[in-house]
Unconditional design. Structure first.
Length: 271
């Protein structure tokens, strides 16, 4: 395990508190983390470009990504300090050496609430775990985001919790946050997020987190195969999406035939 925690703040007390929370989450995951170099970067302000509608949107709280030469292509500016930590320079250098191959980034507004920091970091760490140990399942789930909206709606992938690897991340985030922060603070934070939501989809997303029983195990492999059952009529569309993203670091070794030709996907009916 190699997770480096970097917290930005001009207030030493705030910096220390956030780092303690982040390290507590990291240690909670310790036995489950892959042996990959990850930078967890906790900003003191929001990455405005990332929250724009043509990126991840205003409700975005943070993200996980593997890093390659294409990761930040097209971005005008990286947050102060991020490029220096990853590339050893203030500038993004596509062909340059990297200190880390994986990144978790949290916006400053996410870090301003203790439970928000813990839940979001736990969520993104679970994606890091998926990448490391269940890579094909993580990659297939990620590819479904790029399907045409009519296909996603037809097969029931309308919102983030409908996608298996995203559902698992939300369940794990709630479970870990309850262990670290307590049930009632977590529920109060989720209710706060519901009340502050500016869109129906974001509100429904948080309502899922409020009502889901995080103590019940989630079988990512089985649920991903169930999603592929629904996508059998749209196999060509998903294969097209894969070829469009084949250059991404996380998609180079994905083989959809291992899913579509799986006996479970072939034989079982979708309930």
């Amino acid at each position: 395990m190699a997770v480096t925690v970097e917290v930005k703040s001009c207030d030493p007390g705030v910096q220390a508190q956030r780092k303690a929370l982040a390290c507590g989450v990291r240690d909670e995951f310790a036995a489950d983390l892959p042996d990959l170099e990850l930078l967890a970067f906790f900003d003191d302000s929001d990455w405005a470009e990332l929250k724009s509608p043509w990126r991840l949107g205003p409700e975005n709280r943070g993200f996980y990504t593997s890093i390659d030469k294409n990761t930040f292509r097209g971005y005008l500016n990286l947050p102060r300090g991020l490029a220096e930590k990853v590339f050893g320079t203030d500038l993004w250098v596509p062909s340059g050496r990297r200190s880390f191959d994986h990144l978790i980034y949290l916006h400053g507004t996410t870090c301003s609430h203790d439970v928000g920091l813990v839940m979001t970091f736990s969520h993104e760490l679970q994606h890091f775990v998926q990448y490391g140990f269940k890579h094909q399942l993580w990659a297939v789930g990620r590819l479904t985001h790029f399907l045409p909206s009519e296909v996603r709606h037809e097969v029931g992938l309308r919102n983030w919790p409908d996608v298996p690897h995203e559902r698992e991340a939300r369940i794990v985030a709630k479970r870990r946050a309850i262990r670290l922060c307590g049930l009632h603070p977590v529920e109060r934070y989720i209710e706060y997020r519901i009340n502050e939501s500016k869109s129906v989809m974001d509100r429904e997303d948080w309502q899922f987190s409020l009502t889901v029983d995080a103590s019940i195990p989630y079988d990512l492999e089985t649920e991903t195969k169930r999603t592929l059952q629904k996508l059998k009529p749209h196999r060509k569309a998903l294969e097209t999406v894969l070829e469009e993203h084949r250059g991404d670091a996380g998609c180079k070794d994905v083989d959809l035939s291992t899913f579509f030709d799986d006996p479970y996907v072939q034989a079982n009916e979708v309930c």
